[in-house]
Design a protein around this ligand. Structure first.
Ligand code: SF4
Ligand code: SF4
Length: 112
């Protein structure tokens, strides 16, 4: 089986790590429903992972595309969260970082 890739590119908005810790974060003891992942940090609008910097040998799936699940409904039209424009993703993350809004995460685990 081939390696999993995703349709839309990753813009390093950080939304996925705001929503749920990945398997590597959970392996270090981060509880499943922690928001945001404690290893996530930002430089301006760009997301970085402190854990990946400590353990560069681990595969975090960086570069494989946007793994963010879920759908947005706007003006009655559904859209994949992964496929929304970068500016919209970043604006949403900025709101989350300011404590305005939240992500409801029903998935049992992240795709990576
Ligand atoms: S990729 Fe890094 S910041 Fe994101 S959830 Fe995993 S450990 Fe946390
Ligand atoms: S939500 Fe998607 S685009 Fe944003 S950091 Fe995560 S994988 Fe990348």
């Amino acid at each position: 089986m081939g390696e999993k890739t995703f349709l839309y590119p990753c813009s390093r908005c950080g939304m996925c790590c705001m929503a749920k810790p990945c398997i590597h974060a959970m392996a270090t003891g981060v509880p499943e429903h922690t928001q945001p992942c404690p290893y996530l940090y930002f430089e301006k609008e760009e997301a970085f992972c402190g854990l990946a910097e400590t353990f560069p040998q681990l595969d975090f799936g960086f570069g494989k595309g946007c793994c963010m699940k879920g759908r947005l409904i706007k003006n009655g039209k559904e859209q994949s969260v992964a496929g929304i424009p970068v500016a919209m993703k970043r604006a949403f993350v900025e709101q989350l970082r300011d404590g305005r809004g939240s992500i409801v995460c029903n998935e049992p685990e992240r795709t990576r």
